[in-house]
Ligand binder design. Structure first.
Ligand code: FAD
Ligand code: MG
Length: 617
């Protein structure tokens, strides 16, 4: 759903129970006359689950009511719809007759002090002042210059035209709001034009919220394009409403819970550049503009900002503000605002997390199988999984070592119990190759996939909109002399046999190996399931990495093979071009395999591919 990136967790997350507006339809509807489509419709009555859903289009986006107030549900939907229409009629820049458009046209307007325009503008100017102009309701001329208001632009505005706009027509201090003493407010726009797109949806939510409460509504959730406010509880435990946001960078439909439920009365909103943007000469520009520079926010680190606040006007305005300010300044801004809590989602959150974990693992030292180092690593992985909130299992097993003696190996396992159909096994080996050098810690070989699996475990642990995913960290992958019955692949042979013995049904076994190289080339060995390879290619395409994938014409001995032998669908994702020059593999199994050769971007890309692959399994 392109405009609705805050989703409400519905029922048990199983896809058939979730009513979705097809993306294409939404886009088409938004592109045409949305105003004509305000007629609401009842989507679904789920008496047994006690939540009733209504939705319609308003202000260019999806409006939604979820309510447990069954006897008055229809009236609630009507009240909410009327409230939104009323606010839209007053505040839309898209409507000629709105108070806002009249102010823009005439340069001045006198309205009641309790009018929507006076109330929103007063708050908007307060936020503008408090944020040092990062939030500014006078961004309209910049929005137009960048082509966001209908007029297509073929080139970005020049530096001169931006400075002219900034000097002559942008700046919240130009706007004058004066109380005329008789309950009316006189507003003068001071030669600038106003755009309340960053705040008015939140305000509309508050208007609807108050009216629903006055009407006797108790347990409901209202949503306008991702601006949400809740009352009471959804009746499913926890005493509030559980809300999820779409992970901006992960797979489509990959939702992530807000870290906590919304309590009665609370609101939440998200701002980001990934849903609404404009493309000029092939480059994407965010619809959130930094009024201090006139440039669309191009935040290297941030994908989105989310704010929970006591009212929706606050969460809406503040989430936009924080996106402009960035994390550091943003945290200072939000600190001390009563009842407000902010969440910053980083662009490479999974990749950065993975890299941090690779570094920590390497810092532990070598992890050669059958040495204390491997045991330490297994315990460390288990501790990390426990800290993530999963229940780790260290599976100790005996296997003959190359010299024929029975020795103890350790696989570490944990499962994220997503509720979508499908069961996936993600594999990485964590042991290091022996006999290379004293300081060899296999940053890419054994480290990168272990770090990424842990980061994915953390991600999926709180994301029920995923299949059931088991993470397996395998011991003894590296051979001592040469691969054979008693040398190498100890962990994978043991696990494949164990799962087969338990009759475990797996839809996909995905092995990651050496996937952190800055210069990422993903190779797929010939021995691998054809359907999974197709899935991989299409996922790589979706995350823009198809060009970095090569299909190998030869087999590779790796941890996926025992699963293929056991009859499972398995694939090996490995970057076997890890070296000082493109095409070379001269860092592999050498002391040069160190964390500085890796990048968060590569780890993120592979993480995104895996998430796409398992999505909808
Ligand atoms: P937010 O982060 O909440 O806000 C971003 C928006 O705020 C930008 O789109 C811009 O409008 C404004 N903004 C950008 N930079 C700043 C800044 N630094 N400080 C303050 N504000 C900034 N869309 C349609 O397609 N058709 C419609 O008919 C339509 N009608 C609307 C009527 C109303 C009353 C409102 C409030 C919105 C309407 N919209 C419509 C949507 C509007 O154009 C914006 O796209 C939308 O409000 C963006 O909200 P958001 O939650 O995605 O992002
Ligand atoms: Mg906003």
């Amino acid at each position: 759903m392109p405009y609705n990136y805050l989703h409400v967790v519905r029922d048990a997350w199983s896809a058939p129970q979730m009513r979705r507006v097809p993306a294409k339809l939404t886009v088409a509807l938004c592109a045409v006359a949305i105003v004509a489509l305000v007629a609401y419709r009842e989507v679904k009555r789920t008496a047994e689950r006690e939540v009733e859903y209504w939705d319609w289009l308003s202000m260019g986006t999806l409006a939604e009511l979820q309510t447990r107030d069954h006897s008055i549900a229809r009236a609630e939907a009507q009240i909410m719809k009327d409230a939104f229409s009323e606010v839209e009629e007053a505040l839309s820049v898209f409507r000629d007759g709105s108070d806002l458009s009249r102010l823009v046209a005439d340069g001045t307007i006198t309205v009641s002090s309790t009018s929507h325009l006076a109330r929103v503008l007063n708050f908007a100017l307060k936020v503008a002042e408090g944020s040092g102009g990062a939030f500014d309701p006078t961004v309209a001329p910049l929005m137009e210059a960048w082509g966001f208001r209908g007029l297509k632009v073929s080139d970005p505005p020049s530096a001169t035209s931006i400075s002219n706009i900034l000097a002559n027509s942008v700046g919240w201090r130009r706007v004058e709001v004066a109380d005329s003493g008789d309950g009316r407010t006189v507003i003068a726009s001071g030669g600038t034009r106003l755009d309340l797109g960053g705040i008015a949806k939140g305000y509309a939510i508050d208007v609807a919220y108050e009216r629903l409460r006055d009407f006797g509504g108790e347990n409901f959730l209202i949503n306008l394009g991702g601006n949400i406010r809740v009352s009471g509880t959804n009746g499913k435990g926890g005493g509030g409403w559980t809300v999820a946001m779409r992970n901006p960078l992960g797979a489509t439909g990959n939702l992530q819970y807000l870290p906590r439920q919304l309590r009665s009365g609370e609101a939440v909103a998200t701002s980001g550049s990934y849903e609404r943007f404009i493309e000029i000469n092939g480059k994407r520009y965010s619809h959130i503009i930094d009024p201090r520079t006139g440039m669309p926010v191009d935040n290297e680190q941030l994908a989105s900002t989310t704010v929970i606040a006591p009212t929706a006007i606050e969460s809406d305005a503040y989430s936009t503000t924080l996106f402009v300010l960035g994390e550091e300044e943003g945290r200072r801004f939000i600190d001390g605002k009563d009842g407000c809590q902010a969440f910053f989602i980083g662009k490479n959150a999974i990749g950065l997390d993975a890299l941090r974990r690779v570094e920590a693992l390497c810092a532990l030292g070598q992890r050669n199988a059958l040495t204390p180092g491997a045991h330490t690593a297994a315990k460390w992985i288990a501790d990390e999984l426990a800290a993530i909130g999963l229940e780790p299992e260290i599976d100790e097993f005996n296997d003959p070592a190359p010299d024929g003696s029975e020795r103890v190996f350790r696989n570490v396992l944990a499962t994220a119990r997503g509720t979508c159909p499908g069961r996936v096994l993600l594999l990485s080996h964590y042991d290091t190759k022996s006999g290379i050098s004293d300081d060899f810690t296999g940053a890419n070989d054994g480290g990168s996939s272990t770090g990424l699996l842990l980061a994915l475990a953390k991600h999926l642990a709180v994301c029920p909109a995923a299949p059931y995913v088991t993470f397996a960290f395998l011991d003894g992958e590296e051979c001592v002399r040469s691969y054979g019955e008693h040398d190498g692949l100890h962990g994978s042979r043991h696990l494949a046999k164990r799962l087969r013995g338990e009759g475990a049904a797996l839809d996909a076994v995905i092995l990651l190996d050496m996937i952190g190289d800055r210069d990422l080339t993903l190779t797929l060995p010939r021995n691998g399931d054809a359907e999974l390879k197709r899935r991989f290619l299409s996922a790589a395409d979706q995350v823009g990495r198809r060009g970095a994938v090569r299909l190998l014409q030869y087999d590779m001995v790796d941890d996926h093979q025992p699963f293929i032998d056991a009859g499972y669908k398995a694939i090996d994702i490995i970057d076997f071009e890890y070296g000082s020059l493109p095409g070379l593999n001269d860092y592999w199994h050498t002391p040069a395999d160190t964390p500085d050769k890796l990048s968060a971007e590569s780890l993120q890309a592979v993480g995104d591919i895996v998430l796409h692959m398992i999505d909808g399994h």
